[in-house]
Design a protein around this ligand. Sequence first.
Ligand SMILES: Nc1nc2c(c(=O)[nH]1)N[C@H]1C(S)=C(S)[C@@H](COP(=O)(O)OP(=O)(O)OC[C@H]3O[C@@H](n4cnc5c(=O)[nH]c(N)nc54)[C@H](O)[C@@H]3O)O[C@H]1N2
Ligand SMILES: Nc1nc2c(c(=O)[nH]1)N[C@H]1C(S)=C(S)[C@@H](COP(=O)(O)OP(=O)(O)OC[C@H]3O[C@@H](n4cnc5c(=O)[nH]c(N)nc54)[C@H](O)[C@@H]3O)O[C@H]1N2
Ligand code: SF4
Ligand SMILES: [Mo]
Length: 747
Amino acid sequence: MANRREFIKISSIGAGGLALAANTFSWSKGMSFADDLLSPDKKGALRTPTYCELCFWKCAGWVYKDERGEIKKITGNDDDPHCNGRFCPRGTGGVGMYHDKDRLKKPLIRAEERGKQIFREASWDEALDYIAEKLGKIAREHGPECVALFTHGSGGKFFGDLMKAYGSTNIAAPSFAQCRGPREVGFLATFGELVLSPERTDIRDTKCLVLIGSHLGENMHNGQVQEMSDAIDKGATIITVDPRFSIAASKSKYWMPIKPATDLALLLTWINLIIENEWYDKDYVEKYTYGFDVLKERVKPYTPQWAYGITGLKPEMIYDTAKAMHDASPAVIVHPGRHVTWYGDDTQRSRAVAILNALLGSWGRRGGFYYPEKASLPDYPHPPYPKPKRTWRDAFPGKFNLANEVLSTGICDASIPNTARDCTFKAWLVYGTNLIKTLPERKKTLEAIQNLELLVAIDTMPMEITGYADVILPECTYLERYDMLRTNPHREPNIALRMPAAKPKYDTKPAWWMAKKLADKMGLGDYFAWNDIEELLDWQLKKIGSSLDEMKRIGVKKFPRQYDDLYFWPDQDFIFNTNSGKIELYSTDLEKEGFDPIPKYTPHPEPPEGYYRLIYGRAPMHTFSRTINNPNLVDLMDENTVWVNPKVAKIWYLENGQEVYLQNQDGVISKFPIKVRVTERIRWDSVYMVHGFGHSNKKLSRAYGKGGSDSELISKVMLDPVMGGTGMRGNFVTFLTEKPVEEEVAS
Ligand SMILES: Nc1nc2c(c(=O)[nH]1)N[C@H]1C(S)=C(S)[C@@H](COP(=O)(O)OP(=O)(O)OC[C@H]3O[C@@H](n4cnc5c(=O)[nH]c(N)nc54)[C@H](O)[C@@H]3O)O[C@H]1N2
Ligand SMILES: Nc1nc2c(c(=O)[nH]1)N[C@H]1C(S)=C(S)[C@@H](COP(=O)(O)OP(=O)(O)OC[C@H]3O[C@@H](n4cnc5c(=O)[nH]c(N)nc54)[C@H](O)[C@@H]3O)O[C@H]1N2
Ligand code: SF4
Ligand SMILES: [Mo]
């Protein structure tokens, strides 16, 4: 069994990794990055509130300016529960986004075929007239339901409202079908509740945190990482299940280097052990759950010895970790993860995670999962939205009924003409999501795009997706604009304001302005009846006892909870929002849809000879593909590497720092070379890289051609039949040490 000493031995092999580990956590204990560029009290310093847009944790902070009004630094707002006054490296580096000279500067209209980066500059009026006219034509000829919005980011809300007014509810975020969809569906089926963002995990007070392919510390969701750091200081047991020795693994009592794609075997075995040894919370299970006896029977075959053969994890370690969860119960969290679209059985794996938590009695308990609360803001009055005649679901009759959000990849599929479907999408509005690098199966994405009558990209940077747009609308950065108030749920309801710290640079505009202007041009002005966003925000704030003036001063406002129900009371009666009114260990929803009501283990395909499973993840200083060109963050990490186990390196004669191309099982070859990092920190059957690198848009002067792109190698998807999530970890790669011939390379 691995112990702490062994971890140190392993991490000393990858010294870079260890340095990173130390940094990550010392940061969260208060050593703030790039501190005191300018003291807040310095004479003449001005500060305005914002919330960060570098990732979707949305930490609230202060933007400081110097005497000349130049933005100098961003720090966390002490009253903000998302960040507790501390920003992560990316958030601090947000200023780089504002200063980046590669930014989009003017509206652009395509002058040549899609994919070629040839555009002409246009005025805002001309660009918006072009879009309004096209959308009008599509509504008349095909119906407004043939238009979809893809969105990931704050300003998407305004385009969402525009879509609803226009008559389409096809509003998709890749953060569902490519990210957290399966866990939301799995937890909803079990507890009748979503996990939400920030996650409702009570890590602050936990005694045992189990991370399954959730690499907190590299996955730098601020408040969550801080709470994990505090929990470690208070002696919590961390159990990390990851084929890679992640930063979280380096902080763990147990690192379980699982064979990828076998997590469900481990989870079912833990469930069996916890039931067999009577380590479950008996009163809780009896009072709150449904289907225990069937579960008990069904998991009997899943023994540690059986799991050893599948997962490669020693039976004693499986036993000891199950016992550790029991010892901490109910202050234990088997973390639901966030990016969970892996192997196509992801809803079932998330169900197993939910069931394990239920048995341990951690849902609704201190140190487990709390009940969050959200401040609710009234909607500005508007006419009722028209009822659409069709939705994306009509393209998939009888399928994905448990998906509680729109499927981005579903819309993409339904944009490719197919005689079996009567619904084909004709236009996409794409706000703040780089679909080319974000959606798997790039060939399909490109085919769908080539069939569209209109593609509008609303972005701040020239990216892969903007290259395919007919019209590009340049948004100003979050530092130059207002957005809606942040109202995410937390332990205490709270709101945060984002206001401009500077005037928009170049000829850029905020999303609210673009959507309102477009609405006017499309005859939908009544849906945006406010004159400007300050009026809208002030109206909303006054309805809940605040004002825009107050929020400009304080940035974050907390409200008391309506009820004292953060956790269940002892013996509290509770009706869960499920068919049985109980926590469903046996899911009646899944049963109704024809799926296994209790998760089952099924094996997944293995890599062919000479190929390795491609796995990917995050680096603390970057967010997806969006920060790679940021002048401040590029200094911290300017390219990714492919992690290769020394055994594999030996077979292929690979050396540290050597450049290779990767080729996948479908013959797709990476466009750019990537450097090899030989390290014990990855299993021999897999290779690993950080997602987001390998940009192919030449207008990104710092990011172009730097590192490799996992996205282009994910040409195969393992579809989740329950909710349509796209499992992306069933792709296998091999090494090419010579530069390949041009035609074979990924587009
Ligand atoms: N291969 C692979 N694919 C993945 C993942 C992976 O790990 N590997 N991860 C998946 C996950 S978990 C997620 S959540 C998704 C995320 O996928 P995306 O949301 O697409 O994330 P990014 O790639 O960062 O793309 C963000 C786009 O928003 C633009 N942008 C940034 N700020 C602003 C702004 O203020 N306004 C506007 N209008 N645009 C802005 C950026 O320039 C960029 O073009 O990707 C998923 N896809
Ligand atoms: N710095 C930074 N932080 C971020 C983001 C970012 O872009 N940058 N993005 C945010 C977003 S939207 C999301 S969704 C989250 C994503 O963060 P996570 O939910 O933590 O998900 P991934 O990044 O996909 O996690 C990758 C980990 O899974 C491991 N892994 C791969 N295959 C397997 C397997 O079969 N089994 C197990 N057990 N583990 C496996 C990898 O080795 C790696 O350590 O991060 C968030 N935080
Ligand atoms: S975690 Fe970092 S990047 Fe994400 S919102 Fe917070 S400060 Fe910004
Ligand atoms: Mo995500």
